[in-house]
Design a protein around this ligand. Sequence first.
Ligand code: NAG
Ligand code: NAG
Ligand code: NAG
Ligand code: NAG
Ligand code: NAG
Ligand code: NAG
Ligand code: NAG
Ligand code: NAG
Ligand code: NAG
Ligand code: NAG
Ligand code: NAG
Ligand code: NAG
Length: 828
Amino acid sequence: MAKLLSMIKLLVRLSFIFLVVPCLCCPAYQKQSLLHFKSSLLNNYHTSNSSSFGLESWDSISDCCKWTRVVCSSYSRDITALHLGDLHMHGEYSPVDIRILDPIFDIRSLRFLNISHTGIEGEISGEGLANLTKLTYLDMSQNGLNGSIPAQLFQLRFLQSLDLSDNSLKDGLSREIGKLENLRSLKLDRNSIDGNIPVQIGNLTRLQKFSVSRNKLLGPIPDSILNLKGLEKLDVSNNYLEMHIPNGIGTLFHISILELSGNSITGLIPPSIRNLSKLETLQLEDNMLSGEIPSWLFDIESLKNLYLGRNKFIWNNNVKIVPKCMLSQLSLKSCKISADLPEWISTQKNLNLLELSDNQLTGNFPLWIAEMEIESLLLARNKLTGSIPFPLFQSHNLSVLDLSRNNFSGELPQNIGHALKMTVLMLSRNNFSGSIPKSIVDIPSLILLDLSRNRLSGNTLPVFGPYWSPAYVDLSSNELSGDIPVSYFSRISILALGKNKFSGSLPRNLTNVQITEYLDLHDNNITGYFPDFISQFSNLQVLSLRNNSLHGSLPSNSFYNGRSLQILDLSSNNLVGSIPSELGNLSGMSGIDEVYSVSDSIGEIELNWIEATVSLFSGMYTIEIEMNDLTVNWKNAMQGLSSHNRRIYTLLDLSNNKFSGDVPDSLGNLKGLKLLNLSYNKLSGYIPQSFGDLQSIETLDLSNNNISGTIPQSFSKLKQLSVLDVSNNKLSGKIPRGGQMDTINDLSYFANNSGLCGMQIKVKCSEDEPTPDDVQEEDDDVEQEPWFLWTGAWIGFPLGFISSVLTAFLSGYFVIPTPKYHSIHYRH
Ligand SMILES: *[C@@H]1O[C@H](CO)[C@@H](O)[C@H](O)[C@H]1NC(C)=O
Ligand SMILES: *[C@@H]1O[C@H](CO)[C@@H](O)[C@H](O)[C@H]1NC(C)=O
Ligand SMILES: *[C@@H]1O[C@H](CO)[C@@H](O)[C@H](O)[C@H]1NC(C)=O
Ligand SMILES: *[C@@H]1O[C@H](CO)[C@@H](O)[C@H](O)[C@H]1NC(C)=O
Ligand SMILES: *[C@@H]1O[C@H](CO)[C@@H](O)[C@H](O)[C@H]1NC(C)=O
Ligand SMILES: *[C@@H]1O[C@H](CO)[C@@H](O)[C@H](O)[C@H]1NC(C)=O
Ligand SMILES: *[C@@H]1O[C@H](CO)[C@@H](O)[C@H](O)[C@H]1NC(C)=O
Ligand SMILES: *[C@@H]1O[C@H](CO)[C@@H](O)[C@H](O)[C@H]1NC(C)=O
Ligand SMILES: *[C@@H]1O[C@H](CO)[C@@H](O)[C@H](O)[C@H]1NC(C)=O
Ligand SMILES: *[C@@H]1O[C@H](CO)[C@@H](O)[C@H](O)[C@H]1NC(C)=O
Ligand SMILES: *[C@@H]1O[C@H](CO)[C@@H](O)[C@H](O)[C@H]1NC(C)=O
Ligand SMILES: *[C@@H]1O[C@H](CO)[C@@H](O)[C@H](O)[C@H]1NC(C)=O
């Protein structure tokens, strides 16, 4: 009985507990805030499917402490951490207004907030953040944050880790200037600007990690940063900071990562850095630091990663370095080292990156380097000679090798294929000879192969496997001969085989050519029937077949519709027939506003042929490699489309073939064209009026055809035109006046026609000469001017012309307004 009674008592007590403490849940208002956040997020993506974000557990019924990405205090049940990084839908980030975060600022119990890489844009709300007084970790990196860093951030005194990197944060300066109503004069002396990193940063005395890299911050880092005695990581790289490195930096004893690269930092490396006994990473690359590179840097025993390249340092070849450190990464790019490869490097047994490009290194490739098993070895643009020792390729670690622009010679070692980890092999612009070792196809991970500009020969190219081949192959400017294996066309994005001795026909039956985007085969002796071949390449953006032996005509079918070809160079072949009007449908040549800079991400490597860069992301470091130029004909001079030039080149060159018939009107649709060359053909008919719509055109060459009629008056609309060659045709009538047409006055551009006249060639049009267009009435006034004025102008013009061509040349080939870029990244 007593037993029963006590059981009843227990039951009552349990139900009592159950009634009084209904649920160990998160506070209702915090749950509401998160639900509010979630619905704004779904709205933003125009979806109602929360599982796209992995937020299906976030519902109004369950306890929010059990939700994904949410952590509560086990004691108070308040939310303490929100892991909202990488919040996106199926890998797609759509821009999200930062106000989406407003509900989260009500959750005052937060200690950890991660909203990295979620597509958030806009200015950080200082008032909102000020609410989160307990924050210790804040990660807002990789978003589209702009405006300034709010001062309230520096009231969060418990903050230990603050990451604002990869945003667009900058000064509130421009806004402040707007407030200065009575401003008379303002001198924006950069040194007088208080930096964008506020002095209050010194209040965050618990800060251990501070990262604002890749923003747009100006000015110095305030000295108050020296208060942060617990700082372990300071990363302000890739901003616009202008300052000296304070000597007091040596008092931040806990610093292990100091990244200052990519700014405008001047002065010397302060000696106090020696005192940083935990320093592992010192990144000073791409600044304006000067003085001698101190040899004591190598006495810092903890040092692992040292980047000093591209400053104004002096390297003292006579100082004997006996390193006490054991480096993993050493980059001394462009440090004016003029000597043999420094031998002390051989003591660095753990080295996985060695970059000594852009120096004046001399001597042979030392055997000891070959045996060091380095992962990334970059020695480009030096004066190294001799052959590559074969032990280099016995390495199990070698992944990136760039020896371009040296004076290496001899044959490539046959064991190249033993370097099974190799992804990038660049040996261009040396003096290598012999054939390409067959074993190269054994390297399973090779992505980029550049052997251009050597003296390599042989008539059998290595054949890459059917399922795999590199994405980028440049073998141009060698002495290679024979057929080009079909496998080269099937899976390679960028293929450059120009300036060799290849012969044989192009393949007719390619089945899998979805990938090739860039194909340059100029200056070979490739034969075959062109129409069979072209339609197989639907993704091409660049095609150069200049100076080969192709025959047949251009197909007149729907192939061109919507194609993204931007460079088509078929000059100097044996092509016949008419120019199909369908060419005018090439949409890659018709855009003028939208320019797509397509890049390829292949594994860790990103290729971008327009920007002529290759970036390699290798965990710890990024390597940028320059691609070769594409050679085209610019007004009878072969020139490279310069790399490092972010502009897009759009050109159509059909010159020096046997095309006949009319010039199609539809070519006037190609409004993006910078160069149109139809010279040296057998074209007849008239110059289409529509050519006046080629609003980007700079060079128009119609010379050496049988074109008759007049030069359309519409040419006076061509604002970019600097070269117009119509010589050796049957044109007559008045050369249009106005705009750029007035500056085109080289007699040879108009020579050998059937009666052109106009001030450009100093031939007066007879009174009864029918003018091409009678609209131009004000022109008649000009025509009444006495001849001596014309003569004066005549002297002035050539100078102007030469200087405009020179400007075109110096400014990187084309004089065009910088277009807007869109980057499409896609993965295979
Ligand atoms: C929601 O998205 C997931 C995957 O993202 C998908 O499997 C599911 O079918 C979608 N549900 C609805 C109702 O569309
Ligand atoms: C924040 O989230 C991102 C993306 O999920 C992650 O890479 C990063 O390490 C997180 N930051 C912290 C401090 O945990
Ligand atoms: C910040 O970005 C938002 C959205 O992209 C824009 O509306 C706003 O003008 C920008 N603010 C500043 C200061 O650049
Ligand atoms: C700060 O918190 C209070 C109360 O939690 C809230 O009313 C206020 O809106 C919050 N401020 C911001 C800017 O979110
Ligand atoms: C923050 O720093 C400023 C300037 O260094 C100082 O005047 C202020 O008193 C500090 N505030 C707190 C709360 O420590
Ligand atoms: C390094 O620290 C010691 C003691 O902490 C100090 O005496 C010395 O001046 C410092 N060296 C430099 C170069 O700042
Ligand atoms: C080479 O790779 C091996 C295994 O991956 C690794 O243990 C070794 O440390 C590497 N050597 C160097 C110098 O990086
Ligand atoms: C390259 O090295 C060869 C000897 O191997 C030498 O004759 C030649 O002058 C060098 N060329 C340059 C440009 O240094
Ligand atoms: C290339 O090597 C050959 C000998 O193999 C030499 O005659 C020639 O000068 C070298 N070319 C250059 C540019 O150094
Ligand atoms: C293409 O044709 C050649 C010979 O004509 C043949 O050897 C090859 O297998 C064909 N390739 C494909 C993909 O059909
Ligand atoms: C055309 O190519 C051949 C090699 O196939 C070369 O010898 C010749 O110089 C090239 N012609 C022009 C004009 O570049
Ligand atoms: C190109 O090849 C054809 C035959 O395939 C040959 O007749 C011609 O002489 C070659 N031209 C050159 C410049 O080698």
